[in-house]
Ligand binder design. Structure first.
Ligand SMILES: NC(=O)c1ccc[n+]([C@@H]2O[C@H](COP(=O)([O-])OP(=O)(O)OC[C@H]3O[C@@H](n4cnc5c(N)ncnc54)[C@H](O)[C@@H]3O)[C@@H](O)[C@H]2O)c1
Length: 272
């Protein structure tokens, strides 16, 4: 039974109404990038709690998340933590091979790693454009290519890309990030069309303002927080577990006829 105020207290993962049961996920194998902290760490933990084996990749932090989850879960999925830089195609191959060696298959690939730099438009340094596109765009392409080559030969699978409300709404001083996330949206359509005949579904999630390290500085600055919340009709920050709700749905059989979709999890921000 869910307490009436749980919706206003969404960081309590255990009390969340989002712990929907998708028994078909048990025993499946997922790769999650950017899994060392933030949403990727929550995705890894929550997938494992639901019986999914996970290869967690990140520049830092993934082995620690794996140790934590494996230590906490008596049963459930197992997690392998690997150092992986999404800007390097060879590191995606490394994640794939780790999954194949340990679990024998890959069913799901979550392109979650991202960076969120800021600069006024005229001040954006070339290296900011380069690094943002390398991580947020190239990283998604390389991950999806690696996943799709494997899935194509193995009957299919599901890929989920992390887009953002910033891909459809302009947030000032974020041109590099905004445009990289717009690219992720369109790439999701391109992949869905091209990979659909191989039974590979490709969808995206477009979070709004979510409570992670990435947005900590906004939450810690009262003025910035007020300004940010004026762009959220529900007038609160979202919790990573609420984004996970969309992820597990997209991976589940309930979404088996859904591909090329971008699901907003943004408290309504895309409309403002
Ligand atoms: N937090 C939000 O409000 C929000 C909103 C919309 C979209 N998103 C997107 O959701 C995703 C997760 O964001 P988060 O809030 O958890 O951020 P976060 O900063 O807490 O975590 C991002 C993770 O990605 C990793 N990463 C960065 N560059 C990498 C690289 N080259 N290779 C491998 N890993 C790398 C980081 O080490 C970090 O662990 C990102 O794609 C982000 O753009 C976040």
């Amino acid at each position: 039974m869910t307490a009436p105020n749980d919706q206003a207290n969404p960081t309590r993962a255990d009390a969340s109404p989002l712990s929907a049961n998708y028994p078909e996920l048990v025993g499946k194998v997922a790769v999650v990038t950017g899994a060392g902290r933030g949403m990727g760490a929550v995705f890894t933990t929550e997938l494992a709690r639901r019986g999914v084996h996970v290869v967690a990749g990140d520049l830092t932090g993934a082995p620690e998340i794996a140790d934590q989850v494996n230590g906490d879960l008596a049963d459930g999925g197992r997690v392998l933590g690997h150092r992986a830089d999404v800007t390097d195609p060879a590191d995606h191959d490394g994640l794939l091979h780790a999954a194949l060696d340990e679990f024998g298959r890959v069913d799901f690939w979550i392109n979650n790693a991202g960076i969120f730099p800021q600069a006024e438009f005229t001040e954006i340094p070339p290296e900011q454009i380069t690094s943002t596109y390398q991580v947020n765009v190239n990283g998604v392409v390389y991950g999806a290519q690696t996943a799709a080559r494997h899935m194509r030969a193995n009957g299919g699978g599901a890929i989920v890309n992390m887009a953002s409300v910033a891909g459809v709404r302009v947030r000032v001083t974020r041109a590099a990030y905004n445009s990289s996330k717009a690219a992720v949206r369109h790439l999701t359509s391109c992949m869905a069309v091209e990979l659909g005949p191989d039974n590979i579904r490709v969808n995206a999630i477009a979070p709004g303002f979510i409570d992670t390290e990435m947005t900590r500085w906004v939450r810690e600055d009262p003025e910035a927080l007020d300004r940010a919340l004026t762009t959220v009709p529900l007038r609160r920050v979202g919790a990573p577990i609420e984004v996970f709700g969309a992820l597990q749905f997209l991976l589940s059989d309930s979404a088996r006829y859904i591909t090329g979709a971008v699901i907003p999890v943004d408290g309504g921000s895309q409309h403002i």
